[in-house]
Structure formats: C-alpha cells, structure tokens
Design a protein around this ligand. Structure first.
Ligand code: NDP
Length: 296
C-alpha cells in the first residue's frame, strides 16, 4: 500500500523554502510512506515475509537501505492498509498533535479543520474519548454527514457553504474555542483566532490551503494571540517517532474495542497514484487516501 499525503507537495516545490523533507529528484523513483512485505533481505533483523511500514519507492518492488524510520508491523491481524493511516504516520500525527501539543482537558471546546481526512477524523475521535466537545469542518455535505454520524463529532459544517466563517464559529462555539487543531490555514485560521478563548491552544499541524499558492496569504488577526494569551505551536510528526510503539499499542486497542473507527479512500493500482495524490488538494478523498499496489 502506498500513502498519499499532503506534504508530498512540498517535495515538488522547486523553490528555496526550507522544508523538512528533501525534494524529489527528477529521474529518480518517487518515494512515499508505504506498507511492504519483505521478499529478500541481507539484514539480520529482517526475513522474507516480514511486514514493515516506512519510506518506500512508488514501485512494485523496491530496495530499502535506510531502515532508520521503518517499523515492523506488530498487529497484522488489523487491516494492513491501516499502517498508512490510523496505525501509521497520520495516526501518530493526530495523537501527538492533540495530546502533546494541545494538551486537552475534559470538557474543553475543540475545533478541527479538514476534519474528515486522515488526521482530522482521528483528532475528533480522540477529543471525544478525552471528554471534549468537538466540532469539525469539511468541504462537502457528505463529509459533514460522516463527521456527525460515523465519527461522533458533536457538530460539523461545510465551510464551502458558509459566507461568514466568524459567524459560523460563533454559532458553533458560543463560549469560544479552547483548542484548534489546524490543518488548513488561510481564512479559517483568521476566523478561528477571533473565536479562541483566553489561554487557548492552536496545534499547527498543516496549512493545506497554502501549499499550492505562489505566496502564502497573510494572517490578519495575529493580535488575538496576545490579547487572548493563545499558545500556537507547530510540530513535525517525525520528531515523535520515539513514541510510536506506545501509540501503536494504544490505537490498536481502541480499534479492537471499537472505540475508534477509520475511513479510507482506496485507489486501485500503482498507476492511480498521481491522480489520487492530486485529489487531496481538491478534497476528492473521503477519509485517508491510499493506493493498493498488490493485495496479500
Ligand atoms: P486529508 O486526508 O485531510 O486530505 C486533505 C484534505 O484537505 C482534503 O480532503 C480537503 O478536505 C482539504 N483541503 C484541500 N485543499 C484545501 C483548501 N484549499 N482549503 C481547505 N481545505 C482543503 O490530509 P491529511 O489528514 O493527511 O493531512 C491534514 C493536514 O495535516 C495537512 O495540512 C497536512 O499537511 C498535515 N500533516 C502534518 C503533519 C505534521 O507532521 N505536522 C503530518 C501529517 C499531516 P475538504 O474536502 O474538507 O476541504
């Protein structure tokens, strides 16, 4: 299984902006996170048949030499594709971005953007498990329905249909927002800043609305960070790979107990990778976007 993730866009930037991942190199095989089965190994810790997830080539067979950030799959009884999502990088992103960065408390008001996606659907469910009130935004009525009926969000709205995001957030959060899990940036961030509560936290996970712009939009309401004493903190999930095993056990437990559910958008065949990846930036994916290269 190959994973389609928004950060891959930054690997095609071709500009000089600092990035946490190296650019793709023309003529070389593209790489992405994936789930693989070992067919041959010259490494003593890996044998044919082992299942792993980590950085891999977008190809049917690939040679992996850098095993630094590869993990053996400890729960093959769960769907293997989950290791591109809920049990892999996006799952850990939701977990550390919510618990370690936002530091939720029971009863707090939580808002999640891109809420039906790979990361967002999990943040919402973790917030409910933590006893928070959670509202999500998404870009279609179908996704909004999923948030309310499948993922247990208390409320949700289609941001594309709202004329005035500030008014929408005031309607959803009459008492304001304690935690904003930021996936999109742009106009949404500006509206959220106006609605944050005193000592609120913004966990800055991603800014997908900005990734295809030649120049990022400015943020107008930054002054709210001072007046409301907001803590706004970005994070990169790979800094937290040391927590992966603890996370994997906890999340596998939630999945088995039915406390967390996960929706995937599965594209068939390696040739569908480019279309599936581009679809992320048009909101075509419903849930975690991944590509099946070969089934077991
Ligand atoms: P998703 O599965 O949520 O897919 C992307 C979604 O973003 C789309 O489905 C679409 O949903 C929404 N979107 C696309 N374009 C726009 C736009 N212009 N304005 C608003 N929304 C848009 O992706 P992930 O869950 O994998 O990633 C979510 C965010 O988390 C991204 O910003 C990503 O970069 C970030 N991330 C950060 C990590 C870190 O380490 N900091 C690690 C992993 C992810 P809709 O239809 O609702 O608009």
């Amino acid at each position: 299984y190959l994973s389609c993730d928004p950060y891959l866009r930054s690997r095609m930037s071709g500009n000089d902006e600092p990035s946490h991942v190296p650019d793709f190199v023309q003529g070389e095989v593209l790489t992405t996170l994936g789930v693989s089965k070992v067919v041959e190994s010259g490494h003593q810790d890996y044998k044919p048949g082992d299942l792993v997830w980590g950085m891999t080539g977008c190809e049917e067979y690939t040679l992996i030499t850098d095993l630094q950030s590869h993990f053996k799959i400890n729960h093959p009884e769960l769907p293997l594709s989950y290791y591109t999502g809920v049990l892999g990088m996006p799952g850990l992103t939701a977990y550390v971005g919510f618990f370690d960065v936002a530091k939720p408390k029971k009863g707090e008001y939580v808002f999640v953007s891109a809420a039906s996606g790979a990361v967002g659907q999990l943040v919402g469910q973790l917030a409910k498990i933590s006893g928070c009130y959670v509202v999500g935004s998404a870009g279609s009525d179908e996704k909004v329905n999923l948030l309310k009926t499948k993922f247990g969000f208390d409320d949700a709205f289609n941001y594309k249909k709202e004329q005035d995001l500030d008014a929408t957030l005031k309607r959803c959060f009459p008492e304001g927002i304690d935690i904003y899990f930021e996936n999109v940036g742009g106009a949404m961030l500006d509206a959220v800043l106006l609605n944050m509560r005193l000592h609120g936290r913004v966990s800055v996970c991603g800014l997908i609305s900005q990734y295809n712009l030649e120049q990022s939009e400015g943020v107008r309401n930054l002054f709210c960070i001072i007046t409301k004493r907001i803590r706004m903190e970005g994070f990169i999930v790979t800094d937290h790979y040391g927590s992966y095993r603890k996370f994997e056990e906890e999340m596998a437990g939630y999945l088995k107990e039915g406390k967390i559910t996960y929706v995937e958008d599965v594209a068939e065949g390696i040739e569908s990778f480019p279309t599936a990846l581009i679809g992320l930036f048009y909101g075509r994916n419903i849930g975690k976007q991944l590509v099946v290269v070969a089934r077991e």
